[in-house]
Every structure is written in structure tokens, then in C-alpha cells.
Design a protein around this ligand. Structure first.
Ligand code: NAD
Length: 501
């Protein structure tokens, strides 16, 4: 008899709830192609249950002292650290990324939890004594209420950790709707939050699809929504959420350019392009997908990149020597491969074609080898579309200005990088480029947890970036108090507009 498939259930009010909707979706192991679990897809009623639970918990949690909240966050940090191997393994099993990369994801998530541990410092307001005679004024930051997070498949541990630790540290309660493609790690981490002493109902996980997302966007008791995912859905979430009166930050897709000037250190540029282009099989919003080679840079750089690609080990992420794993689903792998064919049809030169790759013993895995495409033009779909796979396009330009024009005209503005040894050129690039996160000889400039993360243009809808100082601003609202204590010298009716005296 076949073993029954495990179900990934909603985690509401600190415990698992039997799925009510009767709707489930397969969760694959991308390295083998096998279905390993089924995730419950929430109904409107199940989302309502999670929001009501979070709303009920809010009253006490907002009143919990900073000391109590901080203690939970420190406990959570310790548990995530203790269980980092388990979390990394879960990531590899459902996402496919190799274990070393999964460990990197856990580490960056931990840094966000550590930042949230400092909430006592972060929530400090300001006070001015004697704004008028014997009158003081001060500002305090208060939580919003129930906050929701909707997250993508590509960082199933870290991206939620950009959201709920800080939101909860600020005194909010939280409903998280993770990606339905790799959902298990979210439940594992929610369990750790409760082990760390979180009161029931402060963090709730509902799994699901558009039904769950739409309900969260419309629910009157959801105060704020943080979204990370593709641009069309980010725009939809922003427009629908704000229409329903919510504070929304919605981070979208990307097409990140790495400009290589002829004077660059070509070995560093080659190492960086390969790492940032093919790491996590290109399924990173900060992946480099376009190499813009200025002048004769391509002739020096491309042979070095080809050498490095030839040595890359693609395989099951659980195997210690694998450097690149499979893509998330078969459909996505086929879509990415389709862009390579389209590029070829449009006249680009496919220098390395990963479509023929076979991974021994993994015939049904969703693998695609690294692809390198030269002589790409801005009109080709391989250039215009976010591919989200191991495909690196090379555009050759004569000048720096042409390179800058490409980035200027790109609808996305998430990350970018310049490789050069010319400080003046780097300084000019940093000043001019219309992109939210910039690397100088650094290919993936993901900000530390004590800065904030966010792109420009269609890579982010909303005002505030995510996590870090902007995260505190997003998850709190400012209140200003003006206070005086009665003094017999200052009495009498005054209908004039209040003025400082
Ligand atoms: P996605 O947009 O398909 O899904 C993101 C979330 O939205 C998931 O929880 C999903 O269930 C939900 N969703 C999907 N379709 C929906 C619909 N029609 N209506 C309502 N909700 C819907 O993204 P993905 O494929 O999971 O992730 C990859 C994308 O995320 C890429 O575009 C990548 O660039 C982007 N991303 C961006 C950042 C960033 O910080 N800017 C970070 C990671 C990933």
C-alpha cells in the first residue's frame, strides 16, 4: 500500500487545525519530481478564523512589556539557531536550493530576528520639555493591529522573517500566508515561535492561494499587508489592499543588470557573475540576469565565465558537492528553457546551453543547467522578461552611457552592480543609477538587517522598504502627546488657536 501523503495544515492560535476547505495542492521535491506532501488551501472562513484569532490576541500583546516581547524574540533566535540544520534541510527538500545556500538563507533570516531583538531601542519616541510654559510634548510609536504577510517560494524561511519577527516585536499580531509551493518550513518556524513563549494567537499561518490572499486584502480587521512576490501580483496586492484602507508594502520582481567596465578585475567579475547568475538556480530576486559588457569587456570576461560554468556541479541539493539545484516546478523549468529557445530564435548566440543537462539518478527532477546567451538585444524576450532561472544574458555596449540607458529604461529597479577599478566611474554609477540596491564590485547587494531592503520602480509598490528601520516605521504608527499638569496661574477660557507661550 502507498504511504498516505502528509498534509501541511494551517497553524492558528498556536496549534494545527484540520483543513476545512477540502482543497489541497501537491508539494514536490524538485530534485526527484516526486510529490512529498499536500498543502491545505484555506477557504475564506479559515482565513477569517486566523484573523479573528490574531485580532483577539492583539489587545494583550500590544500591552505586553518590551521586556516580555524581547524575551520571546531572543528565545526564538536561539531556537532558530539551534535548528538551523533542520530548517536548511526542509528548504532543500521543498525548494531545491543546495544545502550551503539554504544555510545562507537561514543566516540572513537570523539577522532579521536579531534586529527585532533590539525593539526596545527601536521603538523609542522623542520628548520635548516646555514646548509651551510647563507643557511637554512627546511622540510614541504604537503597533497597528493585525498585520498580514504574503510571501514567495524562493526564500520560504528568510522572507517571512523579514516580516513577522519585527511586526510582532513592535506589538502587532500576525497572519502569514506563505507560498503554497514550499510551505513546511513556515509551520516549523511558527512552532519555534510558540516554543519561545509567544502567547497563543500572536502568529498564525494560513496556507493557500488567491482565495486566501484576496480575503486578507479585503478583511476589515487586517491593518497592514507586507507582500513579496512577482510584479503583477505585487501591483494587484498594493491596489486591492490600499483600496480597502490598508497600509501596504508590496515588493515585486526584478531584472538586475551587472555592468562590467573594461578596467574591471575580470576574475572577480567572472566569479561574481557565475555566483549571482546561477546561485539558487537564478531563483533570487537579486540574481544577476543581464551582464552589460562595455567596450571590449565581453571578450575578456566571457571565456572566464565559460570556464567556471564547465566546473559547476548541478545536482540534488542534499548532496554535499552540489553547487546548483533544480528549479521549483517542472512548468517553471520548461518556461525558463523556453526563453533560451526564444533567444536563439531572435538571433542571440547561446554560448552555453544547459537544456541538455542530465542529473544521474534524477531523471524526473526539475533540473536545467546554466545557460549563457551572448549578443542579446533589448528587444528580445530573454531580455525583457523576468526569467527567474539559470539564464545569464549578455548585452554588449560601446559606452558606459549606453549601459546606463539600459538600466534607466528597464521597468524594474531592484538591484544592480558595477564592476570597475575606477573609483570615479563607480561613484558616478552609484549617484546616477535609478535602482534601490547598488553593488560596487559586489554582485548581490542585499542590505544588512539594520538597513532596509527595497527596489525602485516596478520592484516595489508603496513608500517604505522592508525590514530594518523602514520595517519599524511600517509596523508602527506615530502618536504625539501634548501634556500639562494643572497650574492655577494658567487658567481661563481662550478660544484662540493654541500657541506656545
Ligand atoms: P508569486 O507572485 O507567484 O507569488 C507570491 C505570493 O502571491 C504567493 O504567496 C502566492 O500564493 C501569491 N499569489 C500568486 N498568484 C496570486 C494571485 N493571482 N492572486 C493573489 N495571490 C497570488 O511569486 P513567486 O513565484 O512565489 O516568487 C517569485 C517572484 O517573487 C519573482 O518575481 C521574484 O523576483 C519575486 N521576489 C521578489 C523579492 C523582492 O524582495 N523584491 C524577493 C523574493 C522574490
Amino acid at each position: 500500500m502507498n504511504k498516505p501523503v502528509d498534509h501541511v495544515l494551517h497553524h492558528i492560535g498556536g496549534r494545527y487545525k484540520e483543513a476545512q476547505s477540502g482543497r489541497f495542492k501537491d508539494v514536490f521535491n524538485p530534485a526527484t519530481g516526486a510529490v512529498q506532501k499536500q498543502v491545505a488551501l484555506a477557504s475564506v472562513e479559515e482565513v477569517d478564523d486566523a484573523v479573528a484569532t490574531a485580532q483577539e490576541a492583539f489587545g494583550e500583546w500590544r500591552a505586553a512589556s518590551l521586556a516580555v516581547r524581547t524575551k520571546v524574540l531572543f528565545g526564538f533566535r536561539e531556537l532558530v539557531h539551534q535548528h538551523r540544520d533542520d530548517i536548511a534541510r526542509l528548504l532543500t527538500l521543498e525548494h531545491g536550493k543546495v544545502l550551503s545556500d539554504a544555510h545562507g538563507e537561514v543566516q540572513r533570516g537570523l539577522e532579521n530576528i536579531e534586529y527585532a531583538c533590539g525593539v526596545a531601542q527601536l521603538m523609542k519616541g522623542e520628548l520635548s520639555e516646555n514646548v509651551s510654559t510647563r507643557v511637554d510634548s512627546y511622540s510614541i510609536r504604537q503597533p497597528l493591529g493585525v498585520c498580514a504577510g504574503i510571501t514567495p517560494f524562493n526564500f520560504p524561511a528568510m522572507v517571512p522573517m523579514w516580516m513577522y519577527p519585527l511586526a510582532i516585536a513592535c506589538g502587532n499580531t500576525f497572519v502569514l500566508k506563505p507560498s503554497e509551493r514550499d510551505p513546511s518550513v513556515t509551520n516549523f518556524c511558527a512552532e519555534l515561535m510558540y516554543k519561545a513563549g509567544l502567547p497563543d494567537g500572536v502568529l498564525n499561518v494560513v496556507h493557500g492561494d488567491k482565495v486566501a490572499v484576496d480575503r486578507l486584502l479585503e478583511h476589515p480587521d487586517v491593518a497592514a499587508v507586507s507582500f513579496v512576490g512577482s510584479t503583477p501580483i505585487a501591483q494587484y496586492v498594493y491596489e486591492t489592499g490600499t483600496k480597502h484602507g490598508k497600509r501596504v508594502q508590496a515588493l515585486g520582481g526584478a531584472k538586475n543588470h551587472m555592468v562590467v567596465l573594461p578596467d574591471a578585475d575580470m576574475d572577480l567579475a567572472a566569479d561574481s557573475a557565475v555566483g549571482a547568475g546561477y546561485g539558487s538556480a537564478g531563483e533570487r530576486c537579486m540574481a544577476i540576469s543581464v551582464l552589460v559588457c562595455v567596450g571590449n569587456a565581453a571578450d575578456k570576461l566571457l571565456p572566464k565565465i565559460q570556464d567556471r560554468i564547465a566546473k559547476l556541479k548541478v545536482g540534488n541539493g542534499l548532496e554535499a558537492d552540489s553547487e546548483m539545484g533544480p528549479l521549483i516546478t517542472k512548468e517553471h523549468r520548461d518556461r525558463v528553457a523556453g526563453f533560451v529557445e526564444a533567444g536563439k530564435g531572435d538571433g542571440a548566440t547561446v554560448l552555453v546551453d544547459g537544456r541538455s543537462l542530465k542529473v544521474q539518478g534524477h531523471d524526473d527532477g526539475f533540473f536545467l543547467g546554466p545557460c549563457l546567451i551572448d549578443h542579446v538585444k533589448p528587444s528580445m524576450s530573454v531580455y525583457t522578461e523576468e526569467i527567474f532561472g539559470p539564464v545569464l544574458s549578455v548585452v554588449r555596449t560601446e559606452t558606459y552611457d549606453e549601459a546606463m540607458q539600459l538600466i534607466d529604461e528597464c521597468p524594474y529597479g531592484n538591484g544592480t552592480a558595477i564592476f570597475t577599478n575606477d573609483g570615479g566611474a563607480a561613484r558616478k554609477f552609484q549617484h546616477d543609477v535609478p535602482v534601490g540596491m547598488v553593488g560596487i564590485n559586489v554582485p548581490i547587494p542585499v542590505p544588512m538587517s539594520y538597513y532596509s531592503f527595497g527596489g525602485w520602480k516596478q520592484s516595489l509598490f508603496g513608500d517604505l522598504h522592508i525590514y530594518g528601520p523602514d520595517g519599524v516605521r511600517f509596523y508602527t504608527q506615530n502618536k504625539v502627546v501634548i501634556s500639562r499638569w494643572p497650574d492655577p496661574r494658567f487658567r481661563g477660557v481662550d478660544l484662540g488657536f493654541p500657541q506656545s507661550k
